[in-house]
Design a protein around this ligand. Structure first.
Ligand SMILES: NC(=O)c1ccc[n+]([C@@H]2O[C@H](COP(=O)([O-])OP(=O)(O)OC[C@H]3O[C@@H](n4cnc5c(N)ncnc54)[C@H](O)[C@@H]3O)[C@@H](O)[C@H]2O)c1
Length: 335
């Protein structure tokens, strides 16, 4: 196979991160880009010297057959239309950003059709590809299971317009802290139950956010796993810009004989009776993730993907279950 020909659907912030990885890969050529915002699609095209420039993902897909080997889909959560279903129909592998959709029925259909076709898919749960995650995952089975996990993603409000309303982004747990929710599943398996609460009113519309702001300021989810593991995952977006240099985000995993203090995408402190080790993150996990996807496309080896659409759907459903619990006040049981 020659170079992997990539089509980019969505040329915004996250696509920019992927572009920075793809440009480093000699076996990749970005051949098509799409975004309704002209300046963004033109800038992306210029970066890669690409001549196939489209105003939206559907137009790119119309001419993708035989011309594109893999897609990166990085649009806002409500803009997916039926892009992934079309990619499945065309048999083009895709990496789509989380949360893959806010429409559960649609996401279930995509997973089903992709599985039927055996299509290579990937979802942007970048933390699964991180060297620090590898260390925890490899070491966990050496210790007696059972204990508490405190997880947090607390900071400010992302600038993108669609984040300002829960109806457009799904809320912070669905849009952002789904990374740690997925990490919990990756480390501790499928959950038994989830209960969540949320609160609004700290952030005022138009003050440090858009006039449209209508979102939870913070939420707390309690997730029970097998083997006596219970995780509390807090999400907050009310901290004003400039307050605190490093909000304490990550997972603090406490077992009987070891503590893993995972500081989000930065370092991991491991404490036992014998020693304390502070391990910095070495590689950029988005590069590792994108490389794995490209390699899977080139070789047909789906095993390289750590989060395919079907698996990622379980994290999406868990986040939706948390929202359901926030609304109903009830515990949602899975087993
Ligand atoms: N994995 C991660 O760590 C990570 C980080 C940031 C964002 N994300 C996710 O990536 C997605 C995009 O986020 P973002 O920050 O890049 O948002 P963004 O608003 O910066 O970019 C989205 C882009 O999609 C474009 N778009 C909308 N509809 C389109 C269509 N029909 N066809 C083509 N392009 C279209 C928009 O014009 C915009 O330029 C979101 O789902 C977000 O949750 C993931």
């Amino acid at each position: 196979m020659g170079k992997i020909r990539v089509g980019l659907i969505g040329c915004g912030g996250r696509a920019g991160n992927h572009m920075s990885q793809l440009i480093q890969m000699e076996d990749v050529q970005v051949v098509a880009v799409a975004d309704p915002i002209e300046g963004r699609r033109l800038a992306a095209a210029e970066k890669f010297g690409c001549e196939n420039i489209y105003a939206n993902g559907d137009e790119l897909l119309d001419s993708a057959k035989g011309n594109v080997d893999a897609l990166f889909i990085c649009v806002e959560p409500t803009a997916h239309g039926n892009m992934e279903l079309r990619a499945v129909e065309l048999g083009i592998p895709f990496l789509v950003e989380k949360p893959m959709s806010l429409d559960l029925e649609y996401a279930e259909k995509v997973a089903l059709e992709a599985e039927k076709k055996g299509l290579i898919t990937a979802v942007g749960f970048q933390d699964r590809y991180q060297d620090l995650t590898d260390i925890i995952k490899k070491d966990l089975p050496n210790h007696k299971p059972g204990g508490l996990v405190y997880g947090a993603w607390v900071g400010g409000i992302p600038g993108v317009w669609w984040w300002q309303k829960k109806s457009c982004c799904g809320g912070q747990l669905v849009e952002q802290n789904i990374h740690l929710l997925d990490e919990l599943r990756y480390l501790f398996g499928e959950p038994l139950s989830i209960y969540a609460t949320c609160s609004e009113g700290i952030v005022k519309a138009g003050e440090g956010c858009s006039e449209e702001y209508k979102n939870d300021d913070h939420s707390t989810a309690v997730i029970r796993f097998e083997n006596n593991v219970t995780a509390t995952l807090v999400s907050g977006c009310y901290i004003r810009r400039g307050v605190g240099t490093r909000p304490r985000c990550g997972l603090y995993i406490t077992l009987e004989d070891i503590i893993y203090d995972y500081r989000l995408r930065n370092n991991l402190i491991i404490e036992t009776v014998e020693e304390t080790r502070d391990i910095p993150r070495k590689a950029d996990q988005t590069f590792t993730q994108d490389r794995a996807f490209i390699d899977a496309v080139a070789t047909g080896n789906r095993g390289l993907i750590r989060s395919d659409y079907t698996d990622a759907l379980k994290s999406l459903k868990l986040a939706f279950a948390a929202n359901e619990s926030m609304e109903s006040g009830k515990v949602i049981y899975f087993k």
